[in-house]
Design a protein around this ligand. Structure first.
Ligand code: FMN
Length: 211
């Protein structure tokens, strides 16, 4: 069956897309309002898009009443944010930060989420995150619909020492040990990034696989 994206209600497009384009990494975004209220919310329209410059992307919708979400408003106001990757043990807390709390309420305070300072931005990092990105707004992209695409420049990347092995100048990242979760499918579906397999890349010409 083909679904014509151009002639479909946005809610139906959303449902089909998020149930097929999976798994998606989850950015647990911390941002700060002009008044200093710290906000936390998860975003799975998230990825990194290159390394020179190192750019990340967030797709931020609107609240049901059509207002911008706090994360978009804060990033536009302060020009900065942090992205914290989510370990399995933090899944419940991460999901709780998706509740639409009033703008003046800090999810960080209300849920007692421990933070630690970032180095290049005034917005803190989530202390328990195995890895975290310090970001500044690179470019907002208005798509004309109800989403704002935020392109951010990654200024610093934190990885817990316990997940790094080998020489300091070229460390290996023990990604599996981070026990990260991503967004899967269905209402409330998540995935552990443990079920991996290896398929090595080869050069051209391709090896003979007849034998
Ligand atoms: C795992 C997960 C992923 C989410 N991803 C997105 C997303 O990519 N874009 C979006 O607009 N909302 C997403 N949401 C919903 C927001 O987290 C939710 O609307 C939240 O209240 C926004 O908070 P804020 O207004 O403090 O930014 C997601 C929710 C969950 C639980």
């Amino acid at each position: 069956m083909k679904f014509d994206m151009q002639n479909m209600a946005p809610a139906d497009r959303y449902r089909l897309l998020v149930n097929t384009v999976t798994p998606r990494p989850i950015a647990w975004v911390v941002s700060r309002s002009e008044n200093g209220v710290l906000n936390a919310a998860p975003y799975s329209f998230f990825n990194v898009l290159g390394s020179e410059p190192p750019i990340c992307v967030l797709g931020i919708g609107q609240r049901a009443e059509g207002d911008p979400k706090d994360t978009a408003r804060n990033i536009m106001a302060t020009g900065e944010f942090t992205i914290n990757l989510v370990r399995e043990a933090d899944t419940r807390t991460m999901v709780d930060t998706a509740a639409e709390a009033p703008r003046e309420v800090s999810e960080i305070e209300a849920l007692g989420i421990a933070t630690r300072p970032a180095s290049t931005v005034a917005t803190p990092l989530i202390a328990s995150a195995p890895a975290a990105l310090e970001c500044k707004l690179w470019k907002p992209v208005e798509t004309g619909g109800n989403f704002t695409i935020i392109l951010g420049e990654i200024l610093a990347l934190h990885i817990g020492d316990e997940f790094l092995t080998g020489p300091a100048e070229r460390p290996r990242v023990d990604t599996q040990a981070m026990a990260l979760v991503g967004r899967a499918f269905g209402a409330g579906g998540y995935i552990r990034n443990k079920d991996t397999f290896v398929e090595e890349r080869v050069g051209w010409p391709l090896p003979d696989r007849e034998a």
